[in-house]
Design a protein around this ligand. Structure first.
Ligand code: TXA
Ligand code: MG
Length: 337
């Protein structure tokens, strides 16, 4: 298949392709998404095929106007309304009871549906011109880091999808916060730019974070979000997450000088390292780390890293989102020093 490249001004063309059952990668403020018409089951199948995504991992439905919410959900509870008022459009996905018209292939047979109202202008224009809600999983091959730049999408999806809309670099760089509002007590299933404190400030209650955000689900354990089960964000290298101060991290690496070993580090570590490194931002700036992490993981492949030691320290609530992606990239191999 020939993949067409579209500029950010060609949203009309992107919508045309989507209306005809095609699949198109589009920029959002979090990561690039691979979009299709929510109600076109043939197009949905193409998405799973292009990504190599397991069929039991459901998709997020994207809307461009709160008026369309009941095309997607059957109930819009009070707490969801409050969160929508405050955070939509923006990087928050809510899990809600699904409208019967949403195909089972979108929700992987679940009774709930994930819905998000993004704020990226290009994404909004494309949804609006398509005249239907669009599903959009991250536009990477399954298992690889989510794409935050046009080139990332091109590398993964060239020849597999109808078009890519070039919207430059994504603003945040990690996927949206996912919160389930299915039960009375809301629970965060995937941390992101909208933090537990942000949500607490609106709902006025402590917000639980699912324990699988921080650790590996047990085999056969029933998870609230199927995406939690899978290995994610992995470069080809074996990755270890190393927790500790700059001094301890650099000391730990001082004898590790075989070929193919890389440090995935903070800027502050650089003067003390004697091995090749890729930095993902300043230690005190988790927002910068969120923005650079997926690109840095892809660079590990580009530089043919075989073993990667990734430095991590918990600084604030954005660090939770960074940690959640990094331990998955590391296959849950954590070294505490
Ligand atoms: O920022 C984002 O959310 C990006 C952009 C493109 O919007 N999209 C994205 O989609 O990250 P994806 O498919 O890569 O991740 C969706 C996550 C998966 O972990 C999936 O298991 C979970 O949301 N999910 C989807 N529907 C669900 C449901 N009904 N219940 C629980 N989890 C659900
Ligand atoms: Mg994804």
């Amino acid at each position: 298949m020939k993949t067409v490249y579209l500029s950010e001004n060609e949203t009309e063309k992107a919508a045309e392709i989507l209306k005809c059952g095609g699949i198109v990668a589009i920029p959002t403020e979090t990561v690039y998404g691979l979009a299709a018409n929510t109600f076109d089951e043939t197009a949905i199948k193409k998405i799973f095929l292009a990504k190599g995504r397991p069929n039991d991992n459901p998709l997020i439905v994207h809307i461009c106007n709160i008026k369309n919410i009941y095309e997607v959900v059957s109930e819009f509870p009070e707490k969801a309304k409050k969160l929508a008022d405050k955070f939509w459009p923006g990087p928050l996905t809510m899990i809600l009871p699904k409208n019967k018209s949403i195909p089972n292939s979108v929700t992987a047979g679940m009774d709930s549906v994930a819905v998000r109202f993004p704020k990226n202008k290009i994404a909004l224009e494309i949804i609006e011109k398509s005249e239907v809600p669009l599903v959009a999983p991250s536009a990477n091959l399954s298992g690889k880091p989510s794409p935050t730049k046009f080139e990332h999408v091109k590398n993964d999806m060239e020849g597999k999808i109808d078009a890519i809309v070039n919207g430059g670099d994504c603003e945040f760089g990690l996927e949206s916060t996912v919160i389930s509002l299915i039960d009375e007590k809301p629970i965060i299933l995937r941390p992101g730019a909208i933090t537990p404190a942000d949500i607490k400030s609106v709902l006025g209650e402590e917000i639980e974070i699912d324990k699988n955000v921080f650790s590996k689900p047990q085999t056969n354990q029933k998870v609230l979000s199927p995406g939690m089960k899978y290995t994610h964000y992995s470069p080809k290298a074996k990755v270890f997450l190393v927790k500790g101060t700059t001094e301890k991290y650099c000391d730990f690496l001082k004898d590790k000088n075989e070929n193919g070993i890389f440090a995935l580090c903070y800027n502050e570590d650089i003067p003390f390292l004697k091995i090749p490194y890729i930095s993902y931002g300043k230690k005190e700036n988790p927002t910068e780390q969120a923005n650079k992490l997926f690109g840095a993981l892809r660079e590990c492949d580009f530089k043919k890293a075989e073993i990667v030691y990734a430095h991590f320290e918990m600084i604030n609530e954005i660090s939770i989102a960074v940690y959640n992606r990094l331990i998955r990239a590391a296959g849950f191999n954590v070294i505490e020093i």
